[in-house]
Design a protein around this ligand. Structure first.
Ligand SMILES: [Cu+2]
Length: 474
């Protein structure tokens, strides 16, 4: 027998769903894409490099997260979160493979947060996940050696239930790792000149210019209608003619970008975890939340533009005319030892889906049928093993992101990945039309006490429970 409350629940769900559908049709997309034909007005903000103090060969960095104010739109002053007193976002950390680093993170917010080093191969207690909370007014210290190759990583809060909001309000920054790879020394590498950080995030603003934040439990998460790059709306950046490197980060809550370059070629040189084997010329680059990509744009005498399929121009690359870039694109960038079938010792499957009961209105995002529980270990990995994970979904867009490891994609829908997805990755798009098989070597740190996370990087889904925990045991 069906109880009356269940019937009322179903009817309410139907009515609310219809109302929501009527009110929200396409509200998240921009009114009109920005044309690349007219020059951009605002110069791109470049986050400063954070200088370390060096003691006994150890590089010490200090980050402080707090509230701040930023002008996104003229006249309006918007309340934001940031690191180190910036108006929004945080400074860029530039590390080097082999460095020993200590990063202290002080929380000046009036709520608990964390700071996670996304893509970094670090011990679990230094990873900054939901277990490494930083209470208001306290400092948490991460202490690790940089043991991975050159890559563009990022840092952001990761407290369970508030990750989306803290990132949305502006708490995020880039990490650049450099190394001694001799193959790439001719690439553009002057930060802010021909090596440009490009942090892409969508936002909505209230009438009085404040950030309008919401979690959407739907299949796509919450999409906003204004695009920002490093906190700037529709920016330009002056660059030398010749090769320019863009370090792209999708720091958005949920939006997936489809990027191209107008009036110049686009060549991908690096994925999440570092350089590809060789450069790959691309027509379009799909950048899901959490993803990074390094691209080279060959800027001529006229402006080129990074363009998104929905928003139009993301960033105008304007030749300054005063300098000529000296960068040269090599044929070979890095050596990647492919993970072979014979190396694989364990197989696992991760299914990403909605486990709500039929009478429930709100989605219950889960992995393998269970929602996040900080006291439950979902997976134990033996250190030294190489594991193959099959990632699938039956509804919604998901971005599978395990902490600590960089993985290789073995197959997408049973086919080998294209060259641009054949490097090291830490985040990968998964949906009903895209089953992905990945493999990773677990050979750096054991984590017997504090688990690492694996989760969906659509932050709405993550905060709503689409996250699990793995240990790496001796
Ligand atoms: Cu998801």
């Amino acid at each position: 027998m069906i109880r009356a409350s269940v019937v009322v629940g179903i009817l309410t769900s139907v009515v609310v769903a219809i109302l929501v559908a009527v009110v929200l049709v396409d509200a998240s997309d921009p009114a009109e894409p920005i044309s690349a034909d007219t020059p951009a007005v605002e110069p791109l903000a470049i986050p400063p490099l954070l200088e370390p103090t060096i003691e006994n060969g150890v590089s010490h960095y200090g980050l402080t997260i707090g509230t701040s104010q930023h002008v996104y739109k003229q006249i309006r002053i918007t309340d934001t979160y940031s690191y180190n007193g910036m108006s929004v976002l945080g400074p860029t950390l530039r590390l080097r493979t082999g460095d020993s680093v200590v990063i202290s993170v002080t929380n000046e917010l009036d709520e608990t947060t964390t700071t996670h080093w996304h893509g970094a191969d670090v011990p679990a207690e230094d990873d900054g996940g939901p277990h490494s909370t930083i209470a208001p007014g306290t400092t948490w210290v991460a202490d690790f050696d940089v043991i991975q190759p050159a890559a563009t990583l990022w840092y952001h809060p990761h407290a369970h239930g508030s990750t989306a909001e803290h990132v949305y309000r502006g708490a995020a920054g880039l990490i650049i790792i450099e190394d001694d790879n001799a193959a790439v020394t001719t690439l553009p590498a002057t930060y802010g000149v021909d090596d440009i950080p490009v942090i892409i995030q969508d936002r909505d603003f209230t009438q009085d210019g404040q950030l309008d934040f919401a979690i959407d439990d739907g299949e796509e998460g919450n999409l906003y209608s204004t695009l920002t790059v490093n906190g700037t709306i529709d920016p330009y950046v002056e660059v030398p003619e010749g090769l320019v490197r863009l370090r792209l980060l999708n720091g958005s809550q949920a939006r997936i970008y489809r990027l191209s370059v107008e009036d110049a070629s686009m060549t991908k040189i690096a994925s999440d975890g570092g350089y590809l084997v060789g450069p790959v010329v691309l027509e379009q680059l799909v950048l899901a939340p959490g993803d990074r990509a390094e691209i080279i744009v060959d800027v001529g005498m006229e402006s080129a533009a990074l363009v998104d399929s929905v928003f139009g121009r993301v960033l105008e690359l304007r030749p300054s005319g005063s300098a000529s870039g000296t960068g040269i694109l090599p044929d070979k960038l890095a050596t990647i030892e492919p993970i072979s079938e014979s190396e694989i010792t364990v197989d696992r499957s991760f299914h990403m889906g909605d486990v709500r009961n039929f009478w429930e209105f709100d989605a219950s995002w889960a992995i393998n049928g269970v929602q996040f529980d900080m006291s439950r270990i979902d997976v134990s990995v033996q250190i030294g093993d190489t594991e193959r994970w099959t990632l699938s979904s039956d509804d919604g867009q998901h971005v599978f992101h395990p902490h600590q490891i960089q993985f290789q994609i073995l197959a997408i829908n049973g086919e080998p990945p294209p060259p641009e997805e054949s490097g090291w990755e830490d985040s990968v798009l998964v949906n009903a039309d895209r089953e992905v098989v990945i493999a990773a070597r677990f050979n750096s740190y054991a984590a017997e006490d504090i688990p690492y996370m694996f989760h969906c990087h659509i932050l709405d889904h993550e905060d709503l429970g689409m996250m699990g925990q793995f240990l790496i045991v001796e």
